[in-house]
Design a protein around this ligand. Structure first.
Ligand SMILES: *[C@@H]1O[C@H](CO)[C@@H](O)[C@H](O)[C@H]1NC(C)=O
Length: 291
């Protein structure tokens, strides 16, 4: 005989909440007006509106990843990502000759942008026995900023930026997070990096070649609008999103962490891991769902 667990799905944006044993009992005892209609007993059905019945009550809950492991997951998400949604604010007032409607002054606009995790390339070719090499802040997404792009016009006018990266296009490769529950993008990780855009001015020669190689590997088409390229349709420059805050939604809150991650850990973790940073593992030591 199966037992079924009642999950109250507060909203798609929030975590599924698995009631504790007492609450679960209360729900299942049906004293609160819930009706366990026919079809639900197979653990596949949906309750009215936002209520889902799930098989497997009584099994121990999966241990959530630690905060540090969540940092590793988030860093891996950045490392594997090639695009993100960047949100910036229009200046207020708009510049005199702006083509934007007056009403958008001061408002945010979210736009997809190319990104690449190439910060380590900018330090990998530092001079000789550069001791700072390993300590160089990582985790700052690299941007090939077009002067004409709205995102970079806004940052040039003083806007900060936040960048959202998700793992949702891997949904088909994942398994349901609960038995009997449909595949759910809401159960997959996403991270939002808050910060500001800073032109990368401290690279030239080998370091710039390494940066360019790293970026073009991720975005072969971007070769056309590389900085200083003759005949490029757009003027561009290398920039980094200097991360100041990291907000993480690992998935459903009973299985994953949701909240602000430690920015120092974010900046210090590497692919290989660093002794003394968290538990010493790197983002190369873990996998994301469906990998
Ligand atoms: C950008 O963010 C910083 C905090 O990192 C804040 O001090 C500053 O006021 C912000 N600038 C704008 C234009 O919102």
């Amino acid at each position: 005989m199966h037992l079924y667990k009642l999950i109250s799905c507060v909203s798609i944006a929030n975590a599924l909440v698995i009631p504790g044993p007492d609450l679960e009992q209360a729900f299942l005892s049906n004293e609160h007006g819930y009706e366990l209609g026919s079809g639900y007993e197979h653990g596949q059905g949906y309750g009215h509106e936002d209520t889902v019945y799930i098989q497997g009550a009584g099994q121990p809950h999966t241990q959530r990843p630690s905060r540090f492991e969540s940092v590793l997951m988030a860093r891996r998400l950045l490392a594997l990502a090639s695009t993100g949604i960047a949100s910036t604010n229009f200046p207020d007032p708009l510049p005199e000759h702006s083509w934007a409607p007056r009403e958008v002054a001061g408002q945010s606009i979210a736009l997809p942008e190319y990104i690449a995790d190439c910060e380590s390339a900018t330090s990998a070719t530092g001079t000789g026995d550069d001791k700072d090499k390993d300590q160089k802040d990582g985790g700052n997404p690299t941007l090939l900023a077009l002067n004409i792009a709205t995102t970079f016009r806004n940052t040039a006018a003083g806007s900060n930026i936040s960048l959202s990266i998700d793992w949702w296009d891997h949904l088909d490769r994942t398994k349901p997070v609960y038995p009997g529950f449909p595949l759910s993008a809401a159960g997959l990780p996403r991270v939002t990096l808050m910060g500001y855009v800073e032109p990368i001015e401290d690279v030239d020669g080998d370091a710039e070649s390494a940066l360019q190689k790293c970026y073009v590997e991720r975005h072969p088409d971007s070769r056309v609008w590389l900085p200083h390229r003759k005949g490029s349709p757009h003027a561009s420059f290398w920039a980094r999103l200097v991360v100041t805050q990291v907000y993480w939604i690992g998935g459903f809150g009973d299985l994953q962490q949701i909240g602000w991650l430690d920015v120092q850990d974010w900046k210090r973790v590497t692919r290989e891991g660093v002794d003394g940073v968290g538990d010493g593992r790197g983002w190369g030591d873990i996998k994301l769902p469906g990998e």
